[in-house]
Ligand binder design. Structure first.
Ligand code: ACO
Ligand code: ZN
Length: 226
């Protein structure tokens, strides 16, 4: 495993321009010493943060062929809460969130997607809320105008102005860059809907995303309309 990682980095150093590390996913310029240094600093710390050694007690809420989803609650053993915090910090760092505290730490539930290589590749923080702003679908005539990707990603985001009743707020959702577009976020949200409130299954309308990023918006629109 260690040798594989090394091989990818060595190969990267021989080429100019952007390199994508095959282990940590960082995109950097391999021929730039400063960039190389930044990558070395980041690489091991990141892999340590998402490494999952296995716990004595695991609250498994879903299982798949390529991994499982664990639920971590605020009153769980320290090692579990610490891992959830570490991964959330990684996600916050990538999202550029400055504030590292949650708005309602005692009521938040953290869902971690663990893959078969024992890495935490997905993290979702859900909190109970009373109301949220529903994401509105773009009218079709607007879609025609959104030919290029830039327009698509930077279009004005339409949210309803009337707060509507919602029960579950998604304050963070993050998937490891090298594990995206494999349905991990979708499966984490499906799992939230069936496990967030004991004894009831939440509809897509009862879920609200707080302050989504462009990636988050694209995902949320797709998820809510399908
Ligand atoms: N661009 C366009 N469509 C997308 C994107 C994207 N970046 N991401 C997801 N979708 C759509 C696709 O239609 C996709 O289906 P397809 O792959 O069959 O086309 C569908 O949503 C389902 O996607 P998943 O595979 O379930 O999503 P993924 O596991 O890749 O995770 C996420 C999506 C969480 C947004 C990921 O890209 C990520 O972590 N990004 C960086 C962090 C971030 O921005 N998180 C959202 C912050 S907002 C908040 O936390 C409330
Ligand atoms: Zn790396």
């Amino acid at each position: 495993k260690q040798d594989d990682d090394q091989l990818i980095i060595d190969a990267g150093q021989k080429q100019f321009g952007a390199t994508n590390c095959g282990s940590c996913g960082m995109v950097y310029s391999a021929d730039n010493p400063e960039d190389n240094f930044q990558h070395t600093q980041f690489h091991q710390r990141f892999l340590d943060s998402i490494k999952f050694v296995g716990w004595k007690k695991e609250r498994v809420v879903a299982e798949f062929w390529d991994g499982k989803i664990l639920l971590v609650m605020p009153d769980d053993p320290k090692y579990a809460v610490k891992k959830a915090d570490d991964v959330r910090r990684v996600a916050d760092n990538e999202l550029g969130f400055q504030q590292l505290t949650l708005s309602r730490p005692t009521q938040s539930k953290t869902y971690l997607f663990i893959n078969t290589e024992r890495m935490v590749v997905g993290c979702l923080v859900a909190e109970p809320i009373r109301q949220g702003y529903r994401v509105l679908e773009q009218p079709d005539r607007h879609k025609d105008m959104m030919k290029d990707d830039f327009m698509e990603r930077h279009r004005a985001w339409c949210c309803s102005t009337v707060p509507e009743q919602a029960l579950c707020g998604i304050s963070r959702i993050w998937v490891f860059s090298l594990a995206r577009r494999q349905g991990i976020a979708t499966r984490m949200l499906d799992t939230v809907r069936s496990s967030f409130m004991y004894g009831s299954h939440l509809t897509k309308e009862e879920i609200a995303f707080s302050d989504p990023t462009p990636d988050g918006k694209q995902f949320a629109t797709k998820y809510c309309n399908t």
